[in-house]
Design a protein around this ligand. Structure first.
Ligand code: G4P
Length: 533
């Protein structure tokens, strides 16, 4: 194997690629914006998304999303801070778009979880978290909005531990909340960072720190809050988990930080610690074994997201990929493993705050978007190496809503089939068929119901096909893992439905969990999976 050059290794070592996850409104966008301010990538609050000023996020490309004021798509942003080159994978905030979010997590090396201090863990966070734990990636928690009345600190930590099944280690500790929020106590240095809300909107919030024993600290906090802090810290020191970098790396312990993104408090502290605790781009599994970016000289990448019509005037499609090793250079010819051919990756771009920009180079860990003439699918591998290998695919996440879909005008059958297939290839919807019939009836599965609207809108606007959709009562889908299954002999509850995907693989639809259990009881040895491989 050719030795990897030092310059490439240094570039990759400096990379940090992570996804930000949260329940809508917890403050993900505000936190991202503050990160970008620190990195000097933007110089004005509101550049990422300003609801108040009606500015829209980089990803607002579709009318439907503007109408609803939500962000349909995920985007990747890059900035530099203290010698690190940071790639943030932003994830759609609306719960209806979680399948894209799931996939985005597959491209990250760690995740930052933003939690609203007054709400604790919310439904959306729980789902996303499952994907992080499946991948064993490190998870860092930022408990936001401490300038508002918050839940009790122990309660918040318990909530994370119980709901998500991960141990927590608070790196700092809040002193009060809302009107009585005085700052945070740094458990590592014994200093207090004094809260002030005057940093709102400024680029760098210089935070004052004083030792907890300093008389000035007493004056700032007041006796009763100081006593409470002492008690809480003693309790936490005695009963809580110790910081352990190895457990953090394995995704078993989440370092927790408290702050307020809006007032720019605790953000830089979080960013600094986070960058030192998270890792440079990690090795990825392929069918030829692990590919380590610190050892593999040649370029390789996998596609984790396909986005159509970023630019409506051009009807283009962009494939977003994570560079896993080596260097990408604009116009480079690479091998598309699944397509079995060489392709030239053209118009490479990265997203920077509110604009797309063309790039010449990208390194392992970076996220790039390239023009896709309709050949790529989610999970595809690209390599520049003479030895070809394919990265482990991205699992198909279980849709939770199903509908039977038909075109209104039978003459438009061809456009209809083309449309649903292309949209499915992008990963926005999943399509299935009845088990025993042909392509006549199509069953569409989506993770969030809004994707039905997206499908209807796009078929009408891009393919000129009107459709009729009848929703189906199923909420659970399971892939059958037994290879030798005889579908005709499989018996389930009367409301169970047998279907197949486009590759002909058999699946089952269920109305409730009881029905899944009954079916398993009635068919000994039946192995059902929640993710499709
Ligand atoms: P999201 O991306 O997770 O959906 O959340 P986003 O950052 O858009 O924040 C949701 C709302 O919470 C915004 O208010 C934002 O200003 C507010 N917010 C974020 N961080 C903090 C914080 O630390 N403290 C307080 N008090 N509020 C915070 P909005 O009124 O919905 O929008 P906007 O008009 O302020 O943009």
């Amino acid at each position: 194997m050719q030795e990897i050059g030092n310059d490439i290794r240094e570039q990759i070592k400096a990379r940090r690629t992570f996804a930000i996850i949260s329940h809508p409104d917890a403050g993900k966008t505000t936190l991202t914006e503050k990160f970008l301010l620190y990195g000097g990538a933007i110089n004005q609050a509101g550049s990422v998304k300003g609801k108040a000023t009606a500015r829209h996020a980089v990803s607002d490309w579709m009318e439907i999303e503007k109408e609803r004021g939500i962000s349909v798509t995920s985007s990747a942003l890059q900035f530099h801070y203290q010698g690190c080159c940071i790639n943030i994978l932003d994830t759609p905030g609306h719960q209806d778009f979680s399948e894209d979010t799931y996939r985005t997590l597959m491209a990250a090396d760690s995740a930052v979880m933003v939690i609203d201090a007054s709400k604790g863990v919310e439904a959306q966070t729980r789902k996303l978290f499952k994907v992080c734990t499946m991948r064993h990636i490190p998870i860092f928690t930022f408990i936001n909005k401490m300038d508002r009345d918050a839940l009790d600190t122990f309660e918040l930590l318990d909530d994370i531990e119980n709901e998500l099944g991960i141990a927590t280690c608070p790196m700092n500790w809040p002193i009060g909340s809302g009107k009585s929020f005085k700052g945070v106590y740094d458990r590592g240095t014994g200093e207090i960072e004094l809260f002030s809300d005057t940093k709102k909107g400024t680029a760098q919030g210089r935070v004052r720190r004083i030792p907890v024993d300093d008389p000035e600290a007493d004056a700032w906090i007041g006796e009763s809050q100081k006593n409470q802090l002492k008690e809480e810290i003693e309790l936490q020191d005695g009963a809580g988990a110790q910081f352990d970098q190895e457990l953090v790396t394995k995704g078993e312990l989440s370092p927790v930080f408290f702050g307020s993104a809006l007032t720019n408090f605790g953000v830089e502290t979080f960013l600094r610690h986070f960058l030192s605790m998270t890792s440079a781009p990690l090795p990825r599994m392929s069918d030829q074994g692990e590919i380590d970016p610190m050892k593999e000289q040649d370029f390789s990448a996998f596609v984790f997201k396909i986005q159509a019509n970023m630019n409506r005037a051009h009807r283009d499609r962009i494939a977003f990929m994570r560079v896993c090793s080596g260097v990408f250079e604009a116009g480079m010819e690479v091998y598309h493993i699944q397509g079995g051919k060489k392709v030239r990756l053209s118009q490479p771009q990265q997203l920077m705050a509110s604009e797309r920009r063309m790039i010449d180079r990208a390194y392992g860990g970076d996220i790039i978007g390239v023009f896709d003439p309709g050949i790529f699918s989610i999970g595809d591998t690209l390599t520049a190496s003479p030895k070809k290998y394919a990265y482990e695919g991205i699992p198909t996440f279980a849709p939770e809503h199903f509908a039977r879909v038909r075109q209104m005008d039978t003459m438009k059958r061809k456009q209809f089939i083309k449309g649903v297939n292309q949209i499915a290839q992008e990963g926005a919807i999943q399509i299935f068929q009845e088990y025993n019939t042909g392509m006549e009836e199509i069953i569409v599965g989506v993770v969030g119901v809004l994707q039905f609207d997206v499908l209807k809108y796009r078929l009408e606007n891009e393919y000129n096909v009107e459709i009729r959709m009848d929703s189906l009562p199923y909420e659970y889908i399971r892939w059958i893992e037994n290879e030798d299954i005889d579908m005709n002999r499989l018996t389930g509850t009367s409301d169970m439905k047998k279907i197949k995907d486009l590759k002909g693989r058999p699946l089952l639809l269920f109305v409730n969990e009881w029905s899944i259990r009954m079916t398993q009881e009635r068919n000994e040895g039946l192995r059902l999976a929640e993710f499709g491989r």
